[in-house]
Design a protein around this ligand. Structure first.
Ligand SMILES: [Zn+2]
Length: 312
């Protein structure tokens, strides 16, 4: 179901009206609705095109081609031990939920809800929150297909924006965060979780990684609530071992077995991250960092940002 919020045209920012078969603005820009979802993509500005969604081709996520592969993927996801451990997602989503419960009928935008809202399952189950879930692929949770560079929402719409494992995949992360800032209400909050030392993934949509200082600079127009390591060095190590094993193996089936074996043999390494969670030395090899903050009218200078993280 399409949520009751003010949409704007991703091309010209004029108000956007939804009809049964399309969405259009007063300037004459028309966007299709496919599978019940508005495809609010500007073909000129985005790396994606409306036609990608009209033909239901693979965009960000690669959809399994057969039912057998769909079942196999679900079984692997359920029973294969994970090599990654998000140390702080549960605590951070609980804190965000507590802050949002102080507001009346809060609206929350998820930029990149993914195919299964991983790590945020409990947060999205809050029935007292109004979620707007977006992505650049079809998926079971997606309500609107849109590009984070040109979010199709009116200024100051949301109480919070969540973006997890997304900002490394966008061409211009500064522009995406500027859009997040724009669609947040005056005291709106952002929660972002982004990778540092992790191998490439979702190629070709893989543009960068963030140190904790680089991540803070990205959110320089926000007042800090909390930040820290979300995935530790053990996650960096095991994921790199997996890609090392895959790279050494020549055949496609062999690569699948090599990756599988790293999960089976080395999944336990991730538990070392519990020991390292507050260790500042571990930040230099962390697998990811989170940032939670409130929209600010002021922007930190680079000098202020650097001064906040003294030399070790
Ligand atoms: Zn328009």
């Amino acid at each position: 179901m399409i949520p009751d919020i003010d949409l704007i045209c991703p091309t010209c920012a004029a108000p956007l009206k939804l009809t049964a078969g399309s969405a259009c603005c007063d300037e004459g820009h028309i966007f299709p609705i496919e599978n019940g979802l508005p495809i609010l993509i500007d073909d000129e500005k985005s790396v994606f095109s409306q036609s990608d969604f009209q033909s239901v081709s693979d965009t960000f996520f690669v959809q399994p081609q057969t039912r057998a592969r769909t079942v196999a993927r679900k079984l692997v996801g359920k029973f294969l031990p994970d090599i990654l451990l998000n140390l702080t997602a549960k605590k951070n989503y609980a804190q965000l939920a507590t802050l949002l419960k102080q507001r009346s009928e809060p609206k929350i935008l998820i930029v990149g809800c993914g195919d299964r809202a991983r790590w945020m399952e409990e947060f999205v189950s809050h029935s007292c929150f109004n979620f707007v879930e977006t992505d650049v692929s079809f998926g079971p949770r997606v309500q609107i297909i849109c590009d984070g560079h040109d979010l199709p929402f009116a200024d100051e719409t949301f109480d919070a924006v969540v973006t997890q494992g997304v900002l490394e995949h966008v061409a211009d992360s500064d522009r995406v965060v500027e859009n997040i800032h724009r669609v947040l209400k005056k005291d709106g909050m952002v929660f972002a979780d982004s990778p540092f030392l992790v191998p490439g993934h979702f190629a070709p949509y893989d543009f960068r990684r963030f140190t904790i200082v680089g991540h803070r600079r990205l959110f320089r127009s926000f007042t800090l609530i909390s930040e820290g390591m979300s995935f530790g060095p053990a996650a960096s190590l095991t994921w790199t071992m997996k890609e090392f094993a895959i790279a050494l193996t020549p055949t496609r089936n062999g690569k699948a077995i090599a990756g599988f074996m790293v999960h089976i043999l080395f999944f336990w390494i991730k538990y070392f991250d519990y020991i390292l969670i507050n260790n500042r030395d571990a930040f230099d090899a962390a697998s990811g960092f989170y940032f939670m903050g409130t929209k600010s009218e002021k922007t930190l200078t680079d000098k202020q940002i650097v001064a906040f993280y003294p030399r070790k």
